[in-house]
Design a binder for this molecule. Sequence first.
Ligand code: SF4
Length: 260
Amino acid sequence: MSEIVTPQGLQAQVEKEILDDAVANAKAKLLKSIKRSAYVYRVDCGGCNACEIEIFASIMPVFDAERFGIKVVPTPRQADILVFTGAMTRMMRVPAMRAYQGAPDPKIVVSYGACGVSGGIFHDNYCVWGGTDKIFPVDVYIPGCPPSPAQTIYGFATALGLLEQKQKRTTHEDTVADQAQINQAKIPYKLRVALQVKAREMSGYLHGKHIADQFMNILATTDGVDVFGDIDRAIAALEDPRRAEVYKALRQVLKSMTIQ
Ligand code: SF4
């Protein structure tokens, strides 16, 4: 029996995204030396969902992929890395392409799980194109069905050279000159906080801070012989009765927290 030949236009075809040279070079550089956190966006193209469960397990506190700087982001527009899980199904090809096109170049494409790598157990399904690389240029393959969280982190960390970068990391310790000066450092911390809280409660966040600062300036400049007398004289000199009310409340706070 002779073979039936159908016209080319009727045969299922899929076009693969092609990288231009500039993007390919930028991507190669990013892959070698991504010196900051890597932002990851995930697209399920048609798997059984177990890969997703393992990815979520990888970012939970037990495995904590964020300690390697691997962060999951909610939109492809923020992503450095696109992770495609599941076989590439016909229905998900266009959404997957939208995610790919929405991510800024250079972007790294990770094919995740046996389905992502090759189509897996769904490879010969009528609605499956195959693995991720049928559509996109893939940089990293993480095999497994599903890959465990440890395999997932290992795959990312080795593929992106993150382990090597961690080993060569340098640390910076602030000198005294680098450190921020503490406002009103001579006044005990708990008293400082209580005065600020009270002033802000009565005058709002910004004005409350200014009033608390001015009140604490009185405490910082008093000679300590008659602190409450100095405060009373400062209150009497105020022209604004509302500010005087706040000062009185702060005086009360001070009184309740100091030994008479
Ligand atoms: S690789 Fe395995 S676990 Fe992952 S989507 Fe495919 S069948 Fe499910």
